[in-house]
Design a protein around this ligand. Structure first.
Ligand SMILES: Nc1ncnc2c1ncn2[C@@H]1O[C@H](COP(=O)(O)OP(=O)(O)OP(=O)(O)O)[C@@H](O)[C@H]1O
Ligand SMILES: [Mg+2]
Length: 250
């Protein structure tokens, strides 16, 4: 199976701190891969290197076989890399549907397609994405008044408006009530399996990691120290020593 995302020997240092060191991994279509590790391990830096917010010191990033490292973030997004953030951001004064319409419009503009003048067309496309993310009933609600777990779903709908091949989710369930976390992750699994998205996510909630990831990659001080199935990673002595602790690994 060919990978949607391929990262080869990626490295990045900040003022003498080697944040990411010779990191290589791949993410195939239809799978959720978790990138985990202690605070400061280099997870967010990896995301920033993949989506172009940072330029790698060395290494290669390929999307569907084509190099994207060194390209500006807008261009990388346009090629099919969407990202959600640890702290979800939407336009609070606009309705849920308006937020998604704006994202669709931005994507269409980048595509250079003819401007669709009929508002109903944007409505319909936005509503399809809202239905896909389970928030169809909230279309006319202003984002400012949404529950946080629903804002996370809006953020996902905005990411999908870009028609991504690769979805990067930085701590998707951070700040959410425990009961809501599984629901959001089930949606992410559904998107991966149903729409053949490649999903890479970071997460500190080990129930989420071991419950939903197909494979887990563990970073420590910039380097990959383990990679494999959730069960194999949980049982890995080095992972337990630097991150999980004996209880979580048991
Ligand atoms: N823009 C920057 N300038 C300088 N140092 C940075 C910068 N971004 C990250 N770092 C450093 O690089 C290392 C990796 O940070 P990174 O944010 O990637 O970790 P992380 O694994 O995402 O951690 P967390 O779990 O806390 O989010 C840390 O030592 C951090 O201080
Ligand atoms: Mg981080």
């Amino acid at each position: 199976m060919s990978a949607v995302l391929e990262v080869i020997d990626l490295s990045k240092a900040f003022d003498g701190v080697q944040a990411v060191r010779n990191v290589s991994f791949s993410v195939p279509a239809g799978e959720l891969i978790a990138l985990i590790g202690p605070n400061g391990a280099g997870k967010t830096t990896c995301f920033n290197l993949i989506n172009g917010q940072l330029v790698p010191d060395a290494g290669v990033v390929r999307l569907d076989g084509k190099r994207i490292d060194g390209l500006p973030p807008r261009q990388i997004a346009h090629k099919g890399v969407s990202r959600t953030f640890q702290v979800a951001a939407t336009f609070a004064s606009m309705t849920v549907r308006e937020n998604v319409e704006l994202a669709l419009l931005a994507h269409a503009r980048r595509d250079g397609v003819l401007f669709e003048r009929r508002p109903a067309a944007w409505h319909d496309r936005a509503d399809a994405l809202l239905a896909r993310t389970g928030i169809g009933a909230l279309a006319n609600i202003h984002c400012a008044t949404l529950a946080y777990s629903d804002v996370k779903r809006v953020e996902l709908a905005l990411a999908l408006a870009n028609e991504p091949a690769l979805l990067l989710m930085d701590e998707p369930t951070a700040g959410m009530a425990h009961s809501m976390r599984s629901e959001l992750m089930r949606l992410a699994v559904d998107l991966a399996r149903g729409d053949r998205l490649a999903v890479l996510f970071t997460e500190h909630d080990m129930d989420v990691v071991f419950g939903f990831a197909d494979r887990v990659i563990v970073l420590d001080r910039g380097s990959i120290i383990a990679e494999g199935t959730p069960d194999a990673v949980r049982a890995n002595a080095q992972v337990q020593a630097v991150y999980l602790g004996p209880d979580e690994g048991a």
